[in-house]
Design a protein around this ligand. Structure first.
Ligand code: HEC
Ligand code: HEC
Ligand code: HEC
Length: 470
């Protein structure tokens, strides 16, 4: 009898649970509309929408290589399979031309498309949910006044059961918290604006926060560093590996112009982010920089001293931590004898020093590498990507230029160069598995498209490390 009771109770429980889940997971279709008249939007709304779209990087994910802007079709490689971005131009058949503003807002706020199907969080609605109604309207106005492009995204390549969109409802139940953003009363307006943009449209945590095995950001390790497309997205919290502590001004310069003299250039998937931020209202970039500076926190007196000392050494042309002063000897600790032998040192002296230690101005002069976060980062990937693929020139700009060394150095030489760069230009212990990183970064190297556009450098396609930001 007792067993039966328990069984009935369990069944009831399961049934109620299922019904509750279905109610939670089910969304109806919203009516199709006739594409709205572009004149129904004010030019002010459209202009604001353009800024917001830039902060949200809609162009980065919704444009395929060589394809039309916003027409979708870019394949995002996730650990689970490939998910293609969709066409968000106002084309009535293949785009969002028949989506009402309410349907668009529902996609942004809840990750549900017009027909009521759950969207994959490769579309970062776990952040976009924070966007206000007013800003969603401006984004809608901007997108609905773009040129319609007829283009259909390829079918996603996902294994069962991830190819079933209902499974996403389970993911949402576990990890998704719906917005919009609520200003924090204890903080001032600039902080709240920064938080709103960074946590919301900017989705900075999409790359800079580590993810769990289901691809959700680990809330407790917010901004502790993540990865994107075969690059390391450094920690932006107190554990930032930057040799010189960041401050609000440096962050602003880096985010606005893609370069700062005490930190270097933004590359890889960060390049399109700063390229977009170069074009939006300055006050918003300042708010973003200020908020990130607050997340990092005031550097400790010791870190401030170290930063000052390093800058002073670089000024005197002896930046590297092994260049001889008692102070710097102390910081290198046990890593002082370079395990790779002289080979890495010789390669550096002949191939790199002419630019990185010459004090040459941009575009050819690179910063002293002891200032770069690369050699101090948790993995060799970013330095490796820069050395393998270089930094292409950008049209019409005095942007940094560095040649690609992928064809000149073999794997063994690259590995010893990296070991040397780590030992000489950071005060951290050896990187592990350098050889494997080199092999991974190389495989598929032929597919890499280095185009003279900011943001188009990506780690090689087919590279196992290249995963979308989730
Ligand atoms: C990190 C990549 C990424 C970024 C950034 C991004 N999207 Fe997307 N978006 C996607 C992917 C992938 C999908 C398809 C998801 C799916 O099929 O479930 C998508 C889907 C959508 C959809 C649903 C369209 C449909 O037909 O179902 C809308 C609307 C949308 N995105 C708008 C935007 C806007 C507006 C922005 C900028 C504020 C933006 N996206 C930025 C990756 C991105
Ligand atoms: C698509 C992934 C991606 C997104 C989104 C992204 N970042 Fe980054 N970010 C990176 C990567 C990768 C790097 C490392 C770039 C390099 O090595 O040059 C980086 C580097 C940085 C750095 C330099 C850190 C250091 O110590 O050198 C800062 C600061 C930064 N990002 C801030 C932001 C902010 C603020 C946002 C949101 C507005 C943002 N990022 C959004 C991927 C991303
Ligand atoms: C023709 C000049 C030139 C040569 C040669 C060169 N670089 Fe660079 N390098 C640059 C420029 C310019 C930049 C971008 C500006 C900056 O960030 O310093 C850069 C950036 C870098 C960065 C990223 C720094 C940062 O955080 O922004 C690393 C790491 C790097 N180079 C390593 C090397 C190594 C290792 C070699 C030798 C194999 C090398 N470079 C050879 C010019 C050069």
């Amino acid at each position: 009898m007792k067993v039966l009771k328990v069984l009935v109770a369990l069944l009831l429980f399961a049934a109620v649970g299922t019904v509750a889940f279905v109610i939670y997971a089910w969304h109806g279709a919203l009516d199709r509309i006739d594409p709205p008249d572009p004149r129904s939007f004010t030019s002010e709304e459209i202009r604001r929408g353009a800024d917001l779209a830039a902060i949200g990087n809609c162009n980065v994910c919704h444009t395929a290589p060589g394809g039309r802007i916003f027409a979708g079709g870019l394949g995002l490689l996730t650990p689970f399979g490939t998910i293609y971005s969709t066409n968000i131009t106002p084309d009535p058949e293949t785009g969002i031309g028949r989506w009402s503003e309410a349907a668009f807002r529902r996609a942004m706020r809840q990750g549900v498309d017009r027909a009521g199907r759950h969207l994959y969080p490769a579309f970062p609605y776990d952040h976009f949910t924070l966007v206000s109604d007013e800003d969603d309207r401006a984004l809608y106005a901007f997108l609905m006044t773009r040129e319609p492009v007829s283009a259909r995204a390829p079918k996603n390549a996902l294994p069962f059961p991830l190819n079933i969109r209902l499974a996403i409802a389970g993911w949402k139940l576990l990890f998704f918290k719906q917005g919009p953003y609520r200003p924090q009363t204890g903080q001032n307006e600039a902080w709240n604006r920064g938080a709103y943009l960074v946590e919301g449209l900017g989705h900075c945590g999409g790359c800079h926060t580590p993810r769990n095995f289901l691809g959700a950001e680990k809330k407790r390790q917010r901004f502790a560093g993540g990865e994107a497309e075969g690059w390391t997205a450094y920690a932006l919290d107190a554990s930032s590996p930057a040799p010189v502590a960041w401050d609000g001004e440096a962050l602003f310069a880096y985010l606005r112009r893609g370069w700062h003299e005490a930190h270097g250039a933004a590359r890889g998937p960060m390049a399109p982010v700063v390229s977009n931020l170069g074009a939006v209202a300055e006050s918003d970039v300042r708010a973003i920089a200020g908020y990130i500076a607050a997340v990092m926190g005031e550097p400790s007196p010791q870190r401030q001293r170290q930063s000052k000392a390093l800058l002073a050494r670089v000024e005197k042309g002896q930046g590297s931590v092994t260049s001889g002063t008692a102070d710097s000897q102390a910081t290198t600790g046990s890593t002082a004898p370079v395990s790779a032998g002289d080979n890495g040192a010789r390669i550096y002296a002949s191939a790199c020093a002419s630019c990185h230690e010459s004090g040459r101005p941009l575009p050819f002069g690179g910063i002293d590498l002891s200032l770069s976060t690369g050699p101090s980062g948790p993995t060799p990937t970013n330095v490796l990507n820069v050395v393998l693929f270089g930094l292409p020139a950008q049209e019409g700009e005095r942007s940094p230029i560095m040649p690609a060394f992928g064809g000149m150095l073999d794997d063994r030489q690259l590995a010893s160069l990296l070991a040397f760069v780590r030992a000489r230009f950071s005060d951290k212990g050896e990187w592990s598995g350098i050889e494997k990183h080199v092999r991974d970064a190389r495989s598929g190297g032929r597919d890499i498209a280095i185009r003279p556009m900011p943001g188009s450098e990506r780690a090689p396609a087919g590279n196992k490390q290249r995963v979308a930001p989730w």
